[in-house]
Design a protein around this ligand. Sequence first.
Ligand code: KE4
Length: 428
Amino acid sequence: MNTTRSQELFSAAQNLMPGGVSSPVRAFKSVGGQPIVFDHVKGAYAWDVDGNRYIDYIGSWGPAICGHAHPKVIGALRNALGKGTSFGAPCALENQLAEMVIDAVPSVEMVRFVNSGTEACMSVLRLMRAFTGREKLIKFEGCYHGHADMFLVKAGSGVATLGLPDSPGVPRSTTASTLTAPYNDLEAVKRLFAENPGEIAGVILEPVVGNAGFITPEPGFLEGLREITTENGALLTFDEVMTGFRIAYGGAQAKFGITPDLTTLGKVIGGGLPVGAYGGRAEIMAMVAPAGPMYQAGTLSGNPLAMTAGIHTLELLRQPGTYERLEAITSRLIAGILAAAGEVELPICGGSISAMFGFFLCKGPVRNFEEAKAADTVRFGQLHRAMLERGVYLAPSAFEAGFTSLAHSDEDIDATLDAFRSSFAQIA
Ligand code: KE4
C-alpha cells in the first residue's frame, strides 16, 4: 500500500495533537506500522487519503453497525440539519429515541442522554453511590468504562494497549474506592463483599468484554453477579456501551436473560454522532436532577442531530433478520480465522457473539485479563500490518474486539479470510 499522504498528514499531526491523534489507540503504538489517515467511509469500507480501500472491522469502534454512512441515516441527518444543529432545549427527537431505548433494553425504564460512554459511566457511578449511600465500586481487570478517574484502575482498551500502569494524574483518593476482581471470578467478588460489608455501592462490568480483547462470560458468571449484588444490597450495572444493540437489539442483557439495575449505552445509539446514555429502574433514575438531587448535565446532551442518527440506526437494526445476518457472517468469519491459523499451526483461540468477535494468538482459553496478556502481542502486530497491506483494517491492538456490520457482504468475508490465510502464512 502506498501511504505517502497518510505519512505526511500523520507526521504533521504529531506537532498539533499529542501523539498526532484524538484518541490513543488510533496511533498504532502497540502494533507498529503507519497509522492510516482516513479520507471517507461507506458501508463496510474505509478509504485512506492515498486512495487505498480497506474492509473495516472497527466501524468507528462500534457505531457503524449498519455500515458506514447508511443512506437512511445520512438522509435523515440532511433533513434534520435544516432545523439547526443544537437546541439546548427539549425536543421531540429525545422522546423518540428514549422510547426506543426503553422499549428495547429490558432493564431501562427511564434514560438520560449524555455525549459519550465515558460520561455515561461516570454518571452511572455517581448514581449508584447516590442511590445506595455507599462509596465503593467493584470493576473487573481489563474492563474499560471510559477514562473518568475512578475507572482507570487495571483498565482495558487503550490503557492496556499502551501497557500503562493506569494513569498519572489520577489521585489515589479517587481510586481508593475502586475495587477490582478478575473477570469470570465469582469467588473474588464474594470475598470483596465480605471484606467490605455494607460499603459497596455496586458492580460494573462489560457483560461481554471487548476491551481486553474478546472475552465472554462463563456460564453462571452473570447470574452469580446478579445474586451476589442483590444479596448485598448493591446495584448491578451492565456497561453496554459496546454490546448494546450489537449483541442483540436488547443488548447482552437480553441475550443472556440477566436484568441489571442500571445500564450504560453509547456508540450504536448515536449512529456515529456523539451520544451516550445511562438508564435503569425508574426508582433509581428518579434520583437524577432535576427530578432528584443527583446532579448531572450537558450542553449538547440530546442534541437533534445525534438523536436523529440514533433513531434511524435503531430503526434499521430492529428490522427482522438483522441479528441472524450479523451472527451468520461473524461466526463464519471467526471460524475461518481459527481454521486459517490452524493450517499453519499458529496458536490461536477466539470466538464471536452476534456482530462482535475477537481472537488471541495463544492456545487459550482466555477467561480473564491475566490470560489475555499472555497472548503474543508482537505477532499480533505483525499480523495487523500484514492485513493492512492486504486491505483489511483490524483494531490496532490485541486488547480490542472486532466489529462486523450489516454492510459486510459474503464476498467481503471471503476476501478477509483469504487475507488472513496469506498473512498467517507470512508471520508463522
Ligand atoms: P467513549 O467515552 O469512548 O464514548 O466510551 C467509553 C467506553 C465505555 N465503555 C465501554 C465498554 C467502551 O468500550 C468504551 C469505549 N470503547 C473504546 C474502544 N474499546 C473506544 C475507542 C477509543 O477509546 O478510541
